[in-house]
Write a protein that binds this ligand. Sequence first.
Ligand code: FES
Ligand SMILES: [Fe+2]
Length: 361
Amino acid sequence: MLKNFWYACEFSSAVTTKLKQIEMLNQRFVIYRNSQGQVVALKDQCPHRGAALSLGWVEDDCIRCPYHGWKFQAGGKCIEIPANGPETPVPKKASVETYSVQEKYGFVWLFYGELPEAERHPLPTLPEYLFSTLHPVYHEGIEHANYARLIEANIDFAHVIAIHRKSFGQRIPINKTIEYKVEEDDWSAVATVTYDSLGNSKSLLNLFLGGRPRLKTRLSFYLPNLTLAEISIGRDDGFDIKFGILVAFLPIDDNTTCAKRVLYRNVLSLPWLDGLVRKLDYKLAHEDTVVVETLASQPMPKISEELHVAADCLDLAYRKLRQKYLAMGWGLKPDQSESDNSNGQPCLVSKNHALNARGIF
Ligand code: FES
Ligand SMILES: [Fe+2]
């Protein structure tokens, strides 16, 4: 898992004035929207006893802890400890870690790491037509596989004829060399493969488009956790059916991932068809998952530990870029991401109660 990146972590539409827990990077975050509509993100752990703040409630744009009711501002500062009464000052150390957030492309993005603002990479630039001309459907699911392995499957041109052989893969020409060029920058890479004609069949798609339509697939990844598949199926007169599949993979731990998926389409855009489209997208995603779950090594192994062919180029670009940031010390070990509440926490017993407290403990 990588630090010092912006993580797409939740659909914007799912963040309201109610507290919401996000599990990611071996820890818990709590997010909510304040009365001005801005998204606020804090560590989901009270500094008193470590309760999940997300079980508490929002009051005056602040969070009340569900255990003893300490009240925390959006900036993380505790401003009220009910058991101490208003006359006792709140100790300065009673605060919760907070995180920078942004909203774009229908997602909330949370920055995790210690890089100062000026050195942080910007959010990716995604193709605008997805958001301005296509109709989106949102859904999510928990996968019992490593997030990097799932990302790799999502940017893998060669897996379609096997993993998806019972669905759309049966229409892809088999035994055809897959050649493409990877274009990459510091945080992302993209490649395109075009098939001049899809398999011959009397399917609805072929009848609708007439003959054997061409298929263009453009796959991209954006560190640390986003992939985009742009698929266009068209005929020579320029008419295209377009799909975009944007997925944010939230690494919950090394073996568990929450995949937040948005499927964009320019056909059958009636909202009452969304349920059907969601089901179909889930089915196709599940075809990947059942196989990826079985990979011998879940956390990504070293490049030299597996075999690679030319068609794996985009996957290799992902691995190399990821490796580059791990080598820079931007890796996050599970035990590093856990906060340690056992040291350095102040004793918040007020002077008046100290004697009684000593007697009890
Ligand atoms: S654990 Fe949060 S107030 Fe006690
Ligand atoms: Fe797939």
